[in-house]
Design a protein around this ligand. Sequence first.
Ligand code: SF4
Ligand code: SF4
Length: 231
Amino acid sequence: MLGPDLKAALMAEGASHVGYADVRPLPSPLRYDMPVGVSIVVALDPVAVAGVRHGPGKRYQAERARADALLARLTARAADGLKACGHLAAELPVPPSDVDTFIGSRLLPHKTVAAAAGLGWIGKCDALVTREFGSAVRPRTLLTDAPLPPAAPLLESSCGECRACADACPVAAPSGRNWRFLLPRCEFFDADACRRGTRQVARRHGLSDLVCGMCIGACPYTTMYLARACE
Ligand code: SF4
Ligand code: SF4
């Protein structure tokens, strides 16, 4: 199950986007010495995302959990398929919450591989932004030595002058500066402030998980997705 077959199988089972990335420009230990990243993206249900710009609710929390469970199944399925064809396949570790995805230089972020696979860019709020679903998405990564054809990477942000996520953030975690590929996160985003803000927001909204998402809900690419879904 390689190339188009793998992509088609994952899309048929619920993936919203699947892309292949040449990850060799990334540090070798972060990618387990593998040359190719398979990025799998699942879009969140627009009904669950509606209103999150004003604060998350239990429905949003549950929808993220649904998407993560689906991603776990899809990633395992892809790994099994690649291994059955005689290739190596390794999943990146899965942090349990958005906050824990704010990882430093020891782990490779899923969103970085998604950008390398051309599926989106990293917004000013440090979330993956896709043209079709905005940042109402959850990404996951498989690393492999299979000769999958890589897409052109997205190396620059398409946020432009937009500041909607920065204005929506209760703790001003986004600096307003645009991301570009491999720009250190600390140069455009304050992850400590976001961790703090996420805790505050989750507590205020009575959520057990560390969930915020106000920036995600405010993103115009997300709101265009929600508007299209309501048509
Ligand atoms: S605190 Fe909330 S709004 Fe601010 S960046 Fe973090 S997740 Fe986004
Ligand atoms: S709200 Fe604007 S600046 Fe923030 S990620 Fe979305 S497009 Fe980029």
